[in-house]
Design a protein around this ligand. Sequence first.
Ligand code: XUL
Ligand code: CO
Length: 444
Amino acid sequence: MSDIFIGNQEFFKGIGKISYEGPASDNPLAFKFYDPKKIVAGKSMEDHLRFSIAYWHSFCADGTDPFGKATMHFPWNDSDPMVAAKKKAEAAFEFFTKIGAPFYAFHDIDASPEGETAAEYEANYIEVAAYLKKLQDQTGVKLLWNTSNLFSHPRYMNGAASNPDFPVVGRAALQVKTSLDVNVSLGGLGYTFWGGREGYMTLWNTDTKREQDHLGTFFRMARDYGRKIGFTGTFYIEPKPMEPSKHQYDYDAATAIAFIKDQGLENDFKCNIENNHATLAGHSFAHDLQVCVDHGMLGSVDANQGDAQNGWDTDEFPTNVYETTEAMLIILKNGGLHSGGLNFDAKRRRNSTDLEDLFISHIGGMDAFALGLETAARIIDDGKIETFKADRYKSFNSGDGKAFEDGKISLEKLAEIGKKADPKDISGKQEMLNNLVNQYLFNR
Ligand code: XUL
Ligand code: CO
């Protein structure tokens, strides 16, 4: 059954390559909607969706939460941290291969032991990266992005690049530099900055202007170094409003884009949008994706969902097809994800303790995005919603409306037009559009 294992040991015993069995299948370990080679809107599902697996949630997070100990015990753990790192890498690539994900993403210390000293950190990381390269070559799985964990170690409790104490900024630079070296050695497509503690807890002790300028300087240094060593991918900022900081500088897509432009980073940086971060900011997933697309700033996506009742960053696997449909519609109209992907920054629940739950949760997420893709393609194909939307703006297509849009009339002239105008009440038809979406979803 399972002929796929990467090292000396098979970690996910009894589970073979996950295949498409269709909506009627009662096999929890099969895709119901994700059919990788199926052509939708001119491209295969796998090329549209570009799924990526997050190392940290899938192979590191063991169910520990602020109220309880680990509930998951991984067969790749070992008392020797370097042996454990290599076994974890083998388990990870076995999983990527079996689930059929073309990409993965990791933080430096997800993959490689942090060590006691900076020198140990670097040496471990370089050694593990060489092993990851071997596994990439063996399986064909590619690195969507890597990043540096600049938030877990106590030294980062006041921030990393925005830390008020300069030596900490230097220590963060060592991690980012090494991660960029590793990225280039692995042919990574992107590099992510998520600023968990790049923010503040109280304005009584924080100079926000200075901290944000330091953050910008740090990003420009990373960009320059990356370009110097041959990193041709995209740098991503992953917005999130809070948690663990009370206030994070990259609050949401709009804030991150303003920051990117303010700091002169717009040719090299885009956003990595995470659903649960958008909802934590009081937006929807679709809102933050649309803000990015409007500015040509959609880089990549951290695919997950939050919990509507409690609001915090629960990082659940995406199953809400309404949300994936809206997301895929925006992505399709953006011409796709380009070099980004749908990275499952999602974790199974603390009490989903069977190893097979790792498969089942990803299958659900992949199926939800496949359904979203097909529905979005149907919406575009049918054209009713797109036509309705375009029609609402038809008064700007010609005459004075067009002149206004082109910036060719003055406020006085506009006011003159207004004096003579007799605007009618024009329905926005929200309910009709909501009803249409349900037809696209369920009249299959
Ligand atoms: C935290 C989060 C991170 C980033 C990478 O909320 O989403 O895992 O994706 O640091
Ligand atoms: Co994320």
